[in-house]
Design a protein around this ligand. Structure first.
Ligand code: NDP
Length: 388
């Protein structure tokens, strides 16, 4: 029996419990995992899942496309761009067939392209929801960059669209695949250092370009909180392994004339059960990149904490000694593995929505000057399991 990868994938997506034969593999029940969660063997190029990038800006160009040259389960198969020059440049550089090059008008035609399995949305924030939903409607699995959208409501629409299409949705939370951050999760949750009492983190960079979409509320949804402060919130939650219960926040923009639409600087205190607290700060007027955990019997710190490479960690016991990894390659390969094994991603849309709910509460508190309670229902309260 000859069985293509695509036949196999369509069986997985339809959830059929049949037994299938795969090239190079013996008979398998597709309800079982193909291999250990540690990772599948590298697939031949023709068997790798095809990824199409939507929005060829700095992150897609500088990080994701190069990372896709290192992935073992997926490959760069297509692009969607509004800039004709990039069509030509990328087509040549990555040897892309013309049939896999789209613009924003032809985007929906990806539905007919079997060469593309995953759409990776790398557009300005307020475009994430629309392009992720249209990708799901085209029958594709989706990776969407952070922040997932610009409102919790849009996040839910994205989740609904993926569910309706029977496709997977994940958020580009690359640090879940980074060893120092994973160690922070272990230290915070296993109580190696005692009970977590206090966390603090800053993620800031100076943004001096008045024309940047990041300063346009319509496109960005918010300021540094949505852009990079989200990493501090993420670190707080994956270190604690618990949901926050309330937040208090302050807009501390130093030069409001430079930030007519979004905040320039914001500070918040996110409260967790048992009086644990995360002190967070994010700014477009300053520089900072760190995270620290204080526990009853010791501390742990990452500095820098959120970079693409060069992350370093120290603890009250001993310095962290972990390799640098290609975070984006690991993130994309893990998503491909989830598709191939019909597994749940550790960075699902539900996590993106959870973070959006927290950021909306931070903005509400900064605006009203009042503490805002956070009360997640079961589906909204997604916490990444530690052992994965
Ligand atoms: P860029 O401004 O560099 O790129 C955005 C691209 O989107 C543009 O180059 C353009 O691509 C396309 N685009 C379509 N419509 C518009 C529009 N109206 N205004 C501007 N661009 C438009 O942004 P980044 O690459 O830095 O960020 C993109 C997304 O990735 C953001 O959501 C950001 O939060 C996220 N990101 C995530 C990072 C991470 O570490 N996970 C790091 C950096 C960014 P084209 O010309 O091809 O149409």
């Amino acid at each position: 029996m000859s069985y293509s990868r695509r036949d196999f994938l369509s069986h997985l997506s339809l959830g059929l419990g049949s037994v299938v034969a795969l090239p190079g593999l013996t008979m398998l029940d597709n309800t079982k995992r193909l291999s250990s969660a540690a990772g599948l063997a590298e697939l031949p190029e023709s068997e790798k899942l095809g990824v199409a990038l939507v929005g060829l800006g700095r992150y897609a160009t500088g990080q994701i496309a190069p990372a896709l040259q290192e992935t073992t389960l997926c490959r760069l198969a297509g692009i969607v761009t509004g800039t004709p020059r990039k069509e030509e440049e990328w087509g040549r550089k990555y040897d892309l067939p013309e049939s896999n090059i789209y613009n924003y008008e032809t985007y929906d035609q990806i539905a007919d392209n079997d060469d593309i399995d995953i759409i990776y949305v790398v557009l300005p924030n307020s475009m994430h929801a629309e392009y992720s939903i249209r990708a799901a409607e085209a029958g594709k699995h989706v990776i969407c960059e952070k922040p997932m959208a610009t409102s919790a409501r849009d996040c839910q629409r994205m989740i609904d669209a993926s569910q309706k299409a029977g496709r997977k949705l994940s958020i580009g939370y690359r640090l879940h695949f980074e060893p120092h951050n994973k160690e922070m999760m272990r230290l915070g949750r296993s109580e190696v250092l005692g009970n977590a009492e206090q966390m603090s983190g800053t993620h800031s960079f100076p943004l001096n370009d008045p024309g940047a979409w990041r300063l346009d509320k319509e496109l960005a949804g918010g300021g540094p909180l949505m852009d990079v402060g989200i990493y501090v919130i993420q670190a707080g939650l994956y270190t604690m392994g618990q949901l926050p219960t309330s937040v208090m926040a302050w807009d501390e923009t130093q030069n409001p004339e430079n930030f007519p639409e979004v905040e320039g600087t914001i500070r918040w205190e996110l409260n967790f059960p048992k009086d644990a607290v995360l002190y967070g700060e994010s700014s477009y007027e300053d520089r900072g990149n760190n995270f620290r955990l204080e526990a009853t019997n010791g501390w742990a710190e990452l500095s820098p904490a959120y970079s693409y490479s060069g992350i370093r960690g120290d603890t009250s016991e001993e310095p962290m000694d972990f390799p640098q990894v290609n975070q984006q390659a690991l993130q994309m390969d893990d998503f491909a593995r989830c598709i191939l094994e019909d597994d749940r991603t550790i960075v699902p849309g539900e996590m993106g929505k959870r973070d959006m709910i927290i950021m909306e509460a931070i903005y509400e508190s900064a605006e009203t000057g009042r503490e805002v309670s956070l009360d997640f229902d079961k589906e909204e309260g997604y916490i990444r399991p530690l052992a994965e």
